[in-house]
Design a protein around this ligand. Sequence first.
Ligand SMILES: [Mg+2]
Length: 202
Amino acid sequence: MAMPPTELIIFDLGRVLIDFDFKTIVRGLKRHSPLTEKQIISFFEKTPLWDRFERGQVAPVLFFEQLKKELKLSGLTYEVFAPLWNSIFTEKHDTVALLRQLRSRYRIALLSNVNILHWEHVAGRHAFMNWFDHPVASYAVGHRKPDAEIFRILLRRAGIPPARAVFIDDIEANVQAAKRIGLRAYQFINAGQLRRDLEDLL
Ligand SMILES: [Mg+2]
């Protein structure tokens, strides 16, 4: 049986179209905290605050106030914190070149687990962020990958069945979630591998 034609290609953002260096944030916070870098990293790995920030349940200033309390930050204002939080991104030009090629033949979507500060920062600085027919940010819709609901929201907006969409993400659990609801999905390793995975679509 022939596969239905692909109409929509859905990209993850972090580690696929842009790289980020979370260590820069940790080092910046360390300068204002009695905690060690290890303890700060461990805090971010465990805190429910991260999930809530990415679901849009915590406003940026409240997120910062909570960090101040939990990491015992001193001498750091929100005005200094925000650029420190945001200055961690580098565009992945090889994947963006592939995205540019795909957008001439397919609709393209973005599906990102992201907080509002990072989203607005990246959207204001990277031209490819304006290319998407359907950009979906977790903080704006209140759901995160790998929740099935965030995939359904995107497919509803695009008005297409899962079998006509391809999904690309660096995180295995998100790829598996996409496959469970019927999307063709690939785990992103690098742009060269992705080009091979999508060969029949190029
Ligand atoms: Mg990612």
